[in-house]
Design a protein around this ligand. Structure first.
Ligand code: BG6
Length: 488
């Protein structure tokens, strides 16, 4: 990794992602003095616009989407490095104008915050004007494809001009502090390292609940659904980090090799087991946080016949030595009661009871890793209730060992995922980006489920907005005498 100056070229600089996330994250990096003093940030979009107008636009959005007021000193530094180039990304001739904005001697980072359908055009355009060489880094946003086949087409188009070592595929969950902390928890603590397998763990739950609906994105979402929008990428990435073998080092290829092995070991779900292993749902009108919200089919622009899922629960199984017989239950949905993402590790119960009839079903220890919000780690343990009893027996009570990030690290600000990822791209470290084979393996598993759902031809189960999904999702665990962890 090296802290060197670069030309950071942001394609789609006037789009939603740039406005809401990328420009505010670059501002935070600027504030933390994590952008090299000589780095330039060049916004690229189709619209004719002066540099001054782009600078103003950036300022407005940074103010709007940052949770704090603008620091004038930071902004003065950032403003000085902003530039703007007007490029029609589908017109090859148009890319020529980029040449005068970048320095051929420096590393160029091209961030494509554009629809993936034009990734191929942009790569060709960059190539046509001779400003790419082997030092260029290309950052790609999701979704990369709609299924395995279409993702391969996009990856092939990009691969015509860029080597895999130049490509940084974003899954923003990999930039979240608490997702990264999974690596620290697992491999910096022998208490977990030595207990992390089928001998000690009963099952794992990964829940990513959202209270928002589709946020005016009907066109995109209805085509994707929760499976493509959340499971194919974010949930499978979390699962891979929880389940992977210890990598030899934290170097990119070692981590990615281990994650890929997990994805390869996922037991296929197809028509033979889809009913017992999955639940899909679609929200109907209801109340979320006290506010009345429409059902999915009543959202603006809705196709009232849509069978797209807004909720998915899956019992995933990993067919390898470490995880034999340990289900990983995944659950994610829109319009749930609250926004919360958690990984919960359920350890096995004690094999024998020393504490008499009233404690014959001692609850299992649980490790709850709260990814967001109220980031933290909690372990439930059984504890003796202090005091004397007439029978002389011991009273037990479930207690919590609780690490809250906001209390333990009260002086530290938790950075947004994009800050971490933008920094890593500028440092040239690929470890937190998804390799082509990982994406394709994830699609293979997901495609099989989508295909099986299509073949059943059954509509998704309805669930009222503001609830934890269809009752069938409770059944998925109840059948095996388990239940979903109830978030605080
Ligand atoms: C995005 C999905 O990738 O992740 C959105 O497209 C979803 O539909 C979002 O709402 C969730 O991200 P976060 O960081 O808010 O949990």
């Amino acid at each position: 990794n090296s802290f060197e100056p670069c030309d950071f070229v942001l394609f789609g600089a006037l789009g939603d992602l740039s406005r809401r996330k990328l420009l505010p994250s670059l501002y935070q990096l600027e504030k933390a003095e994590l952008i090299h003093p000589d780095t330039k940030i060049i916004g690229v979009a189709r619209q004719e616009m002066s540099v001054e107008a782009f600078v103003e636009e950036a300022k407005v959005n940074i103010k709007k989407f940052s949770s704090e007021s603008l620091c004038e000193e930071t902004w003065a530094r950032m403003q000085a490095r902003l530039d703007y180039a007007c490029v029609d990304m589908k017109e090859m001739d148009s890319y020529k104008s980029l040449e005068e904005h970048v320095d051929a001697e420096r590393t160029m980072v091209c961030y494509l915050a554009t629809p993936p359908a034009i990734y191929g055009d942009i790569c060709r355009g960059l190539h046509s004007c001779n400003i790419i060489d082997s030092s260029v880094r290309l950052v790609l946003e999701k979704p990369i494809g709609h299924d395995l086949e279409s993702s391969m087409v996009i990856n092939d188009q990009v691969a015509e001009f860029f080597k895999e070592s130049q490509i940084y595929r974003i899954d923003h969950y990999l930039g979240k502090e608490t997702v990264l902390n999974l690596i620290a928890l697992r491999f910096a603590n022998s208490i977990f390292t030595t207990n992390w397998d089928h001998n000690c763990i009963d099952h794992v739950q990964i829940s990513v609940a959202e209270s928002v609906g589709i946020e005016g994105r009907w066109g995109y979402f209805d085509d994707a659904g929760q499976m493509r929008d959340m499971v194919q990428n974010h949930l499978l990435q979390i699962l891979s980090l929880v389940a992977m073998e210890p990598p030899a080092t934290l170097e990119a290829s070692n981590i990615r090799n281990e994650k890929l092995k997990v994805l390869k070991a996922l037991r296929p779900i197809n028509s033979t087991n889809v009913n017992e292993s999955t639940v899909r749902g679609q929200y109907t009108a209801g109340f979320v946080k006290g506010e009345e919200v429409p059902g999915y089919l009543e959202e603006d622009g809705a196709n009232t016949q849509s069978q797209t899922e807004t909720f998915v629960a899956i019992k995933a199984e990993i067919d390898n030595w470490r995880w034999a017989g340990v289900p990983f239950y995944l659950r994610t949905g829109k319009r749930m009661p609250t926004k919360v993402s958690e990984v919960v590790i359920y350890f096995k119960r004690q094999p024998h009871n020393l504490f008499g009839e009233s404690f014959k079903n001692l609850p299992p220890n649980k490790l709850v890793i709260r990814l967001q919000p109220d980031e933290g780690v909690e372990i439930t343990v059984m504890n003796k209730v202090p005091g004397l009893t007439s029978s002389g027996s011991m009273d037990l009570q479930k207690s919590k060992l609780n690490l809250s990030f906001s209390e333990a690290f009260s002086d530290e600000r938790i950075p947004d995922a994009y800050e971490k990822l933008l920094l890593e791209v500028m440092l040239g470290n690929q470890a937190l980006f998804v390799r082509r084979d990982e994406i394709e393996q994830a699609w293979t598993w997901v495609d099989s489920i989508l295909e099986a759902w299509k073949n059943t031809n059954e509509p998704p189960e309805p669930y009222q907005a503001g609830t934890w999904g269809p009752v069938e999702s409770i059944g998925l665990l109840a059948r095996e005498n388990r239940s979903w962890y109830e978030s605080k």
